[in-house]
Design a protein around this ligand. Structure first.
Ligand code: G6P
Length: 611
């Protein structure tokens, strides 16, 4: 939710900020803005995308060697020019870009209005800018003192970059709840919501922690906390290549990321498989495995697509470890005083590692004494830093807002975890373990083959592009895949879609079925295959249009369904990894045909850092 970037150095800041905002646009894209400082200060803001801002900025000759930018996902106040960031204080001394929410902004606003401060926007950020300015003037303070004092008075979450026009040789950056990373250059420094705008300039980064306050000059970096203690910055090397954040010839990041899945899954298990395929070893869990195997209950917490991966994890853990599992939306878990007992293990799944609800749920679970294990993609993000142990998915940056490779790599990690614990508990025999690993290693190749359905999916998408509704059905491991398929369709093509366990269809959704209702049935061969054939017949008897995802060579469903999309044969435990691919492609191509903005669907953001 919202991307922010700051630059201070000797180069023209305008280009650096614009390029950085383009990389951050997946975090929010309803309005954009920037501030440039060069003796004078100039603010550019507009409703819309970074390309609209670029047009506006390019009509001006102004540039600077210091600057900051923002791409917004609106929380307080509709997306318009006034509410876009940067927000400027009443007298113009403080310029602020902000990611997060200041929860006590209304009270602070009333207080400041009482002292004659006039507001021009509806944002909580403008309140913060004015609070800092008010303290600066009233207390005759330095900018650093005023910012520190103000941040001790606000409640909520923030990633902030602040310029004081009276002390414009530095940028101030502060973090609480929303991510910020400093890029350390030679005679120049960067600050951004994540490393993607930084990687083309420097590989040396410092991840800020909650309550950190950084004073960033072009050739000096001071790190403090808002409790006014100086701390020693820890500089890390970025594990990110610039090619990973380019579309590399694909029309959209989403399509690139769908096609990257063979590589991504390979990277997920690379170096984690024992010689002779006799097992897996997840280094991050090495010290926790024994405890995990003795767990009385596993609670999986996540949001969105990661929650769907968690649902598949439930099947894995119950089947292979015999440990009872509950899968919870992080947002529900954290607000209902959940019962956590000694011996419970909580697994938090998050691509970004920054989702506010998941992060808060992790903190709550730890407070209540649970051991918390993370499964995240973004290295160094907040959730891995809050958990006891964890496993990175190594999927590489996922930029398309609709999650694809994050899902399949999360499922891969969950499978490996379940196999390792199941083997330790003696539930998975040595020979079965080897069979599972051998099949896992073949999955990237099988996904490569599955991607061959692309042309057929394009043709199908032409038929279904104008549908208003769709139903997705699956059973067992394939039920969460049906949910994920429906989510993909609604989020990027704005078509209403529902995912259901196939057997539940009879308890309601069957009433929706007629000749206008496409029903996507995920029906690859597993233990429930016979049952799902019955479900297809029930749909056909009511004139529903069936698109079935089937195992290669399935002549039974071929005769019953209106359209089929084939995936290679695999063990049932891996069936979701293959079956989800045609569903991702279907939603992608339908969205493209409908003229939707695939990578940046309306109202959504990649990283939901507000509750
Ligand atoms: C947003 C994204 C989804 C993602 C969800 C959870 O809604 O648009 O694609 O699944 O957040 O994100 P996380 O980073 O925690 O997996």
């Amino acid at each position: 939710m919202c991307g922010i970037i700051g630059y201070i150095g000797s180069k023209p800041a305008r280009e650096i900020i614009l390029n950085g905002l383009k990389r951050l646009e997946y975090r929010g894209y309803d309005s954009a803005g920037m501030a440039l400082v060069n003796g004078d200060t100039k603010i550019f803001k507009c409703k819309g995308r970074v390309k609209d801002l670029e047009e506006m900025v390019n009509n001006s000759n102004f540039d600077g060697t210091t600057g900051m930018g923002h791409t917004r996902w609106a929380t307080h106040g509709e997306p318009n020019e006034l509410n876009a960031h940067p927000q400027v204080s009443h007298k113009g001394y403080f310029i602020v870009v902000h990611n997060g929410i200041i929860e006590n902004y209304a009270r602070l606003k009333r207080h400041l209005e009482g002292r004659g401060v006039a507001f021009t926007s509806q944002t909580d950020t403008e309140v913060l800018a004015n609070l800092i300015e008010h303290l600066y003037i009233e207390g005759d303070l330095t900018a650093e003192q005023a910012i520190t004092l103000a941040l001790n008075r606000v409640e909520g979450a923030y990633g902030l970059v602040i310029i004081c026009t009276k002390e414009a040789d530095k940028l101030f950056a502060a973090k609480k709840g929303s991510p910020l990373v400093i890029g350390v250059g030679e005679g120049e420094n960067f600050i951004a919501s994540d490393a993607t705008p930084i990687v083309e300039h420097t590989q040396r980064v410092i991840y800020l922690n909650d309550d950190d306050l950084a004073i960033i000059k072009k050739d000096e970096l001071i790190l403090k906390t808002i409790r006014i203690e100086k701390i020693q910055p820890v500089v890390k090397e970025l594990d990110l290549k610039i090619g990973e954040i380019d579309k590399e010839g694909y029309p959209h990041f989403m399509l690139k990321e769908i096609f990257e899945q063979p590589r991504a899954i390979h990277d997920t298990f690379r170096g984690r498989i024992l010689p002779d395929y006799s097992g897996v070893m997840l280094g991050g869990l090495h010290n926790e495995l024994e405890t995990m195997s003795q767990a009385e209950r596993i609670i999986i917490i996540a949001c969105g697509t990661s929650w769907h991966a968690g649902l598949i994890g439930e099947y894995f853990f119950e089947e292979y470890t015999r440990i009872p599992v509950e899968v919870e939306y992080a947002s529900e878990f954290r607000y209902r005083n959940p019962i956590i007992k000694k011996g419970d293990i909580v697994i938090a799944i998050s691509q970004s590692g920054e989702t506010a609800d998941t992060l808060a749920a992790v903190k709550l679970a730890r407070e209540k004494g649970a051991k918390v294990i993370g499964i995240c993609n973004v290295v160094g993000s907040s959730i891995p830093r809050e958990t006891d142990a964890g496993v990175y998915t190594h999927a590489g940056p996922e930029i398309g807002v609709a999650s694809t490779k994050a899902f399949t790599t999360q499922v891969t990690v969950l499978a490996m975890m379940a196999f390792e614990i199941g083997h330790l508990k003696g539930i998975i025999s040595d020979s079965f373990y080897k069979e599972l690993i051998t099949e896992l290693v073949s999955i990237p190749g099988k996904i490569e083959k599955t991607l061959g359905v692309n042309e057929k999916v394009i043709e199908l998408s032409k038929i279904f592009q104008n549908t208003h509704n769709a139903l997705y059905l699956g059973r067992g491991y394939l039920f969460p895949v049906a949910l994920e398929g429906a989510l993909k369709l609604k989020e990027i093509s704005y078509i209403h879609a529902e995912g259901y366990p196939a057997a539940e269809m009879k308890h309601g959704p069957i009433a929706l079925i007629d000749e206008n209702m496409p029903v996507v049935v995920v029906a690859t061969k597993d233990d429930t295959y016979g049952k799902i054939i019955n479900n297809i017949q029930e749909i056909k008897a009511r004139k529903g249009v069936v698109i079935a995802i089937v195992t290669e060579g399935d002549d039974i469903i071929r005769k019953m369904a209106d359209h089929i999309l084939e995936v290679p044969e695999t063990l049932p435990v891996f069936s979701g990894l293959l079956a989800v691919i045609p569903l991702q492609l279907l939603s992608y191509h339908i969205a493209v045909l409908r003229g939707c903005n695939v990578d940046q669907p309306r109202n959504l953001a990649k990283s939901v850092t507000v509750e």
